[in-house]
Write a protein that binds this ligand. Sequence first.
Ligand SMILES: [Zn+2]
Length: 286
Amino acid sequence: MKDNLSQRSNAMSFDVEDYFQVQAFADVCDRARWDGYESRVERNTNLILDLLAERGTHATFFTLGWVAERYPSIVRRVVAEGHELASHGYAHHRVDQQTPDQFRADIRQTKQILEGATGAPIKGYRAATFSVGPTTPWAFQVLEEEGYAYSSSVYPVAHDNYSNPDAPRFAYRPKGTSRLWEYPISTVRLAGRNIPCGGGGYFRFAPYAAFRRAIAHINETEHQSAIFYLHPWEVDPDQPRPEGVSLKSRFRHYLNLTRTVPRLKRLLQDFRWDRIDRVFAANPAT
Ligand SMILES: [Zn+2]
């Protein structure tokens, strides 16, 4: 496309979970009560799928097993429209709060649910809240053993929920694996630190031009593909607001939700995007 800043394909991804399933609300929105909340995930994912269809863009959808069980129409539409369906675990448990056996059962069950609903082979996994890191050295090996080809579970920035600032910034083979790849969320180096530019709350907080510059830099100067992610609830300013959430979490979750759709449209127009498995198809296992 002529209007793209770069001819290189970048990876667009969405973590398909509902507004009450985020880590920041975990103390307030107990898993046992999830079925009692008004669900918005189907509406919001459909809105994103409509946007992608308008642009003719494909993406990867890391989906909770819990969501796929209740709303199989979402995952069927994802696959029918040519997107990549991937796993976000069953019920958004942090990896660093599971034993290796619990983790294995979780990713195995989710793969079965997603494949059962669609018939599409599940190759990719993204950890809830980017919760793999120095305390879970076994996680990548378990993923490989369970038939996953790649993970996109590391956001190598300093952050209170997913601090893993020393991980590599670009695709790498995690220690202990022989085929599996990790595709970290994109960052740029500035003054010796990794600055996030791959989405999440930062995308609604910082000016759009900063993201545009950062991704262009990754493409043109570093000759790498960027990896970006958003959530369906980020396109929904009218979502219900559970009570009892801390001020910090409210700030992060609700900040500038009206900006997401217009910014996502610009991002889709300014760069070339595709599913993770196709962007990194040159890496053997993917
Ligand atoms: Zn998530």
